[in-house]
Design a protein around this ligand. Structure first.
Ligand SMILES: Cc1cc2nc3c(=O)[nH]c(=O)nc-3n(C[C@H](O)[C@H](O)[C@H](O)COP(=O)(O)O)c2cc1C
Length: 476
């Protein structure tokens, strides 16, 4: 196995490594081991090339749920050379009204209908017209225009541009951007009805749809250029802007709307005296991620946390407390709830006699700490008669015999599901950002085990919430 010399890494990577290691309470060397192990476990490996992914996949995965990290969503608007190009100027305004940044590209033919000056004045951005533009191409501008956007809109999409797209041509700026794009593409076709109905255009439209390109319009109506009517009018700018916004900010599905979900997270601290306590290494990250995912699914979330250093997820109110007994009391007070997820690493024991003053070193020798059992929050809530939540989920953090121990825990505690994870220190789960879990569910006397691949705690949370949403839907 080759040795890795941290000193030889770039400063930025080294700093990031040190930060990560400090955050996770590991040495830099251990942190590197965890990263390498996680990378090796990740299945399947990310492809090296960016395929031209069909829109439905990109709309879900490439576009963030909220606004993108770089600020307002960005559209590259390609204006084609059709009579409807004048409406593209209004489209710039309609997109900006919806707080979408617009960068325009005009084809050579488009410049016969509208000016780059008008597009630039309305978009407040430089307009691009030339593939061989030395000012823009010093950093591969055509690739940047394709990739820096969250969505590419072509309006009007001429018959000629669609033919080039369908064939994969790249002999001008617009077609090169469209071929290099790894973002969703929305076309607003506009042409004479005979052009739209021509067999060649029909073939191209079908091919583009198969390639995952989205379309809005064309509408039926009168043509601008002649006393002709039929299908071929470009969709109105407001329709195109609405379609673009739908792709940029897809409506969130809220399957847990109206459901109350109780979640516990983090460790508990069991006081020995006013300054000392018994604790564990739980960071609370998994419980907080579940709370965020439940909130995103529309649930009314009550998060009860032991002492952790995490910000409350947006829209979630957190109750902070210290001990197992306080946690049980607060959980009982939160009932009734529809779903309860006990992700907290609750201390099994506390000291029998908490010192009122700080324990002192004494000649009599080292004090003996007598331990007593803490209340079992998961079992207590699972065995309630009146206010038992419809679905009770526990966590089994084990360092050996993971599945057997988790199965026994599921039976013993009386909960419905258990998420079992191996928290052996070498795996870096406690305090780390990734988790490998097994979902154990009860079906009568049978226990089913569903083993999930290693993933981030946010991904575990999203997957768990999706399972819960299905179960809730089935039960109602
Ligand atoms: C007055 C006029 C109007 C045109 N309108 C359209 C149109 O609405 N749709 C279309 O597909 N082509 C239209 N064309 C033909 C295109 O301008 C031509 O196919 C051009 O090569 C398109 O280039 P582009 O796709 O690079 O923008 C029109 C041409 C003229 C002269």
């Amino acid at each position: 196995m080759a040795n890795l010399t941290i000193r030889k890494l770039d400063d930025a990577i080294r700093d990031e490594l040190r930060l990560r290691a400090a955050r996770n309470g590991r040495s830099v060397e251990d942190e590197v081991r965890v990263i390498l192990r996680d990378a090796a476990q990740q299945q399947p490996h990310e492809p090296q090339t960016v395929p031209r992914t069909p829109l439905p996949m990109l709309a879900k995965s490439a576009l963030p749920a909220g606004e993108p990290a770089h600020g307002l969503p960005r559209v590259t608007l390609i204006i084609g050379g059709g009579i409807a190009a004048y409406k593209a100027l209004d489209l710039i305004r309609r997109l900006k009204e919806r707080h979408i940044e617009v960068r325009c590209v005009l084809t050579k033919a488009a410049q016969q209908f509208v000016t780059a000056l008008a597009a630039s004045a309305l978009s407040h951005q430089r307009v691009h017209t030339d593939l061989f533009d030395p000012e823009s191409e010093f950093d591969a501008g055509h690739i940047r225009l394709a990739r820096d956007a969250d969505l590419i809109v072509v309006a009007p999409a001429t018959a000629d541009l669609m033919a080039k797209m369908a064939q994969g041509h790249a002999n001008d700026l617009a077609s090169a951007i469209l071929l290099a794009a790894n973002r969703p593409i929305l076309l607003a076709p506009a042409m004479n009805p005979l052009m739209w109905n021509n067999a060649a255009t029909r073939r191209n439209v079908m091919q583009l749809r198969r390639d995952g390109v989205a379309m809005v319009g064309p509408n039926a109506g009168e043509m601008a250029e002649a006393a002709e009517a039929g299908v071929g009018r470009m969709a109105e700018p407001t329709e195109i802007a609405a379609a673009a916004e739908h792709l940029l900010r897809p409506p969130r599905s809220r399957p847990l709307k109206g459901k109350r979900v109780l979640i516990t997270a983090g460790p508990t601290h069991e006081a020995i005296d006013p300054v000392r306590y018994i604790a564990n290494r739980s960071s609370g990250k998994q419980g907080f991620a579940i709370a965020a995912a439940a909130e995103a699914a529309g649930a009314d979330v009550l998060l009860i946390s032991g002492p952790v250093d995490l910000a409350a997820p947006a829209g979630v109110s957190v109750t902070h407390l210290e001990s197992a007994r306080q946690m049980l009391q607060r959980a009982e007070a939160a009932l009734p709830v529809d779903v309860a997820i006990f992700a907290a690493a609750v201390a099994d024991w506390r000291v029998a006699h908490e010192g009122e003053q700080k324990l002192k070193k004494a000649a009599a020798g080292t004090p003996r700490l007598e331990l007593v059992e803490n209340p079992d929050i998961l079992a207590t809530i699972s065995k309630l008669r009146d206010k038992r939540p419809g679905l009770v989920i526990g966590f089994a953090a084990e360092t050996e015999n993971l599945i057997e121990n988790a199965k026994a825990k599921l039976a013993r505690k009386g909960c419905d599901w258990i998420l079992a994870n191996d928290v052996s220190p070498a795996l870096g789960v406690m305090g780390g950002d990734r988790n490998t879990v097994h979902l154990l569910t009860r079906n009568g006397a049978e226990i089913a085990v569903d083993s999930w691949a290693a993933m981030t705690k946010e991904q575990v949370a999203a997957k768990l919430i999706a399972h819960i949403a299905k179960a809730v839907e089935k039960a109602s």
